[in-house]
Design a protein. Sequence first.
Length: 369
Amino acid sequence: MDLLMCVPSLFGLEGLVADELKRLDMKDVRAENGRVLFSGDNSDIARANINIRTGERILLVVGETRAETFDMLFEGVKAMPWEDYIPMDAAFPVKGHALDSALHSIPDCQSIIKKAVVNRLKEKYKVDWFKETGAKYQIQFAIMKDVAMLYIDTSGNGLHKRGYRPVGNAAPLRETLAAALVKLSRYKGKEEVCDPFCGSGTIPIEAALAAINRAPGINRAFAAQSWKWLDQAVWSDALQEARDKEYRGKYDIWGGDIDPESIKISYENARRAGVSEHVRFEIAEAASFKRETPGGIIITNPPYGERVMEHQEAERIYRKFGAAVKALDNWKLYVLSSHTEFERNFGKTAVKKRKLYNGMIKCDLFMYY
């Protein structure tokens, strides 16, 4: 069965997600604001979940409808083929969001959509009541400018939850965003990669996963694995395909942080990710960062002065770090920061800037090369 699927992404990463899908030979890939759509078959549900590094989850598109009133929403949702995906014993909770639309009450939208799906399934299964004791088929909706898109979530936990980071430090960087920073740096596994503000080790770990070409979802479970209509073989085949694509090699990936507890957490996370042989972590102050070797890549997410410490303290760190890296020969530098005065404090104007979001925080990726 040909399926339409959607990968929500952090704003600014849609192009990277689209590129990943194309590399997986998915069909009809098209990037839109905050999401990327593609077509595939049952096996591609498993392949996308296991392999995508920079997308947030894999949603199965059930249908689309105008939703200017609750009646329109109800009738549009009821007309969709829910019985093709949701079996009689399934649990099918509803959640979602609305933006720039006449229907803005989320609880009311949830209630209307649930009622519409129940009515449709009652007619199809000839029953009056659903126990909802079986596998979970999470219904999601997105209403934008009075158009509702209805999905079923195949992922369960978001794809940023790789399974290696049960604990984090005070200001963790989402794994999908860390993977995006590695992609944007064009790291190919050859140069030394350093993160002088490594926190819980996410950027070095994502760099190592990219270097060995290990699929990020290889060690975790997905909601759709328990779905009746999806053959278990698609998951074992996708896992085997992903393992067959891994590389062997030696890589020079380093993370430093001033906090000893962060370094301890980083080592634990790297061990869980299966990349501890490829990364090194040490207690180190970013202001003292130096390398004698010509050429390498720094990818880092220093404190912004919004959550972790005061604004002025962040500025002091930027000045000292800027002075330290000035001495480096032929290194490329990628710094993610929300600080509006980053370049002035760092002491150098970026060659290029790219707008990204770290959670709800609007940031710039400052690129020096």
